[in-house]
Design a protein around this ligand. Sequence first.
Ligand SMILES: Nc1ncnc2c1ncn2[C@@H]1O[C@H](COP(=O)(O)OP(=O)(O)OP(=O)(O)O)[C@@H](O)[C@H]1O
Length: 693
Amino acid sequence: MVTAKITRVCSSTMRNNSPSSVVSTRTNRNRSNERIKQNEPPSENSSTNSTKTISKSQGSHIGSPTTSFTSTNSWKSRASGSGSLENINENNNISFRKIATSFPQVENNIHVVIRVRPLNSKEIRCGDTSTVDFPGNGQILVHGMPNGNSNQKEKTFSYDAVFEPASSQEDVFEFCGIKELIEMAVEGFRCTAFCYGQTGSGKTHTLTGPPGLFLQRPTAYHKDHGLILRSFVYLFQLLDKSSEIHYTLRASFLEIYNEKIIDLLNLGSSRKPLPIRWSKKARGFFVENLFTVVCEELDDLIAVLEEGMRNRSVGKHNMNEYSSRSHTILTINITSEIAAEGGVFISRTGKLNFVDLAGSEVTKKTQSGGKTLEEANNINKSLMVLGYCISSLSDPKRIGTHIPYRDSNLTKLLADSLAGNGVTLMIACISPAKSNQSESVNTLRYASRAKKIKTKPAVLMDPREALILNLKREITTLQSENDHLKTALNFHQIPTSSTNPTSAEDLERISELEAPELAELVRHYVNENETLKKENSELYQSKELLLRDHELVCRENERLLKKLEDVNLVCCRSPLIPARAAFSAGDLENVIQQPPSTRQSSIELPKTVTKELDMRQIGKVSVTSGRSKRSSLNGKNHPLRAKNLKPSNDPKSAHSSRRFSISGASDSGQYRDGLGKNKDPFGSAVSLIGDPG
Ligand SMILES: Nc1ncnc2c1ncn2[C@@H]1O[C@H](COP(=O)(O)OP(=O)(O)OP(=O)(O)O)[C@@H](O)[C@H]1O
């Protein structure tokens, strides 16, 4: 981590931090955002000049492999009362974020809007006229198509929204879809807004405002501010709304000048270019050693924008006094830490890219020469590669074919926005002038092609944290399964917390852990899972064993009861052997109403049998069946009660008579254990019914 200074002379009352502060405080941020919430510009006389110091962290931003996440909100443009906004496509339910799914992800088309700038003073002076019309519903009509079919004098193009020349900066911000893009970046998506168009068509104006705006030291609410600054304000409004989530913003600003990557926040003495590398892990390109600045408040982001604007390459040619001679990419990484179940904090990193492309140039028109000509050639070359990538991506026949991202640094860095897991907004800027018609039509065709490109938006999540979350969930499931099994087997329950080796406090600190510690934690969870799985399978096995024992005992009882009935029959028939006492219904009632404890105490089982039963938990298992049998006998309408029945051989009444006999056999001196050892024929049966457990 390297800290460096960005000095900014600022005038806004947003800056409450002292000149010497390195990292601004939360209080400062809250204070500054109070004004944002009220959405009122600060009074000019409250302006202060201060020197701003921002802490920076050095390093590259590498995207992590993604896990799926999508949202349900849809992106819908709205029309306002302003006549200039008639063309905003109100009926078109543009959806960046379609239906929530897990894998496979939902595909999303690049969102494309057109902004038409007014005729400039030079064009008006030369008597140039507008060749575009606005039929509404996101359409733009071009008259007198150049190089076209002679039959087709005019052509209509359709987009997600079209902004007419009278549209203000605020209109564009409100209705181009950037707000939804910012919201998605906060949720963890990788979002990109880029401006495309010929030189002088208004790209920089749309993104940052008219040239020299920042030299006037405007407040954050100046009407000329472009999308970027307005987005900063909106971003902080969003972050302030969700105070329960902790956000960290890191910004970087680079330019691609003559195919070289220049760090606009850390120029150094020689504007040394930075290398672009491929990240195997993230499967994407990244700029090595790019400065990222931690931004705690709106002012920090404004400082980053100003610094980059001051350092970017600007030149003059025939078509634009302040022409951007490079492509710039301003990136804000938004890391959120959300408390998940079990005290775990899950972090996501969304990304918001603002890309101001240099304009395509017809060098004959711009009359570029020397350095400007070299710049123009490089700009045109990289835009050509971008155009080729867009054509390939938008052509369904070329799906799966090679896309030449590696042919330019611009396409390397935009690869993910164009075809990866990102969400992209393209603002195509055109001039309405007849003299620029050919370039404008080219831009419109470019935009139409881009509109066909589909991306698969997904949220960035640290894979280690995703793994921890999954393991944690699995442990919870296994624990509840474990508890359930233990309860079913009537085992003594171990408190859940004691089975969890990681306390809630420990889990809260997961986000602060270093990689090796996290790996150790994951290993620990995996072991815990294995142990629980093993324990569960053992519990299942013993449950099976007990059920089998129970079944054996029941079968043995059946057999013994049958034998008892036979013995009774023989006794009844024999004049020598006295028949066993038969119970009347009244006796039965007595037996039934006798409290279980009394009955139990009257039956004494041999110690070996009791031990065996205890060991096998048989008495406990049989409690429910015993109880349910008692309750069924207790019913007033029970057939035994109604018919004053005695034990019989009638198979229909065997079930009742068996119970009858069992209850009455308590006085017998002979026992037989539950597994068939010949002792007393009633022992186990009595135990099964009478033992209250
Ligand atoms: N919508 C607009 N309303 C008023 N002025 C505009 C508008 N769009 C552009 N302009 C003006 O036109 C001029 C050229 O615009 P800008 O520099 O933004 O073009 P550009 O597309 O960025 O050009 P380049 O590619 O050469 O950098 C600027 O003075 C700008 O203020």
